[in-house]
Design a protein around this ligand. Structure first.
Ligand SMILES: [Zn+2]
Ligand SMILES: [Zn+2]
Length: 90
């Protein structure tokens, strides 16, 4: 018989139902969290969430800012171009 840990790493009284794919910690239902459909312990999930949050703050908001700048410039240029053409035609 293989002696494996069958109780939660954080709750010795509770049975372990999952193993964290990242650190191999045995966790109970309360401690195991599905992150991207994979079992993770509370510690690793907190780490992953922090990384994801940091990535989100730096990523889309900056891209959105650039999108706003570029679209405003394009709008101003096209309006200016239209006015310029109207003046020429008049
Ligand atoms: Zn873990
Ligand atoms: Zn637990």
């Amino acid at each position: 018989m293989v002696a494996t840990q069958t109780t939660c790493q954080y709750h010795p009284a509770r049975p372990g139902v999952g193993i964290c794919v990242k650190c191999g910690t045995v966790v109970c239902t309360e401690c195991s969290t599905k992150f991207d459909g994979i079992n993770h312990c509370a510690v690793c999930v907190a780490e992953l969430r922090r990384d994801a949050d940091e990535g989100q703050i730096a990523g889309p908001s900056r891209a959105l800012w650039w999108f706003g700048v570029v679209s405003s410039v394009v709008l101003i240029m096209s309006v200016g171009y239209a006015i310029f053409h109207m003046l020429l035609l008049w």
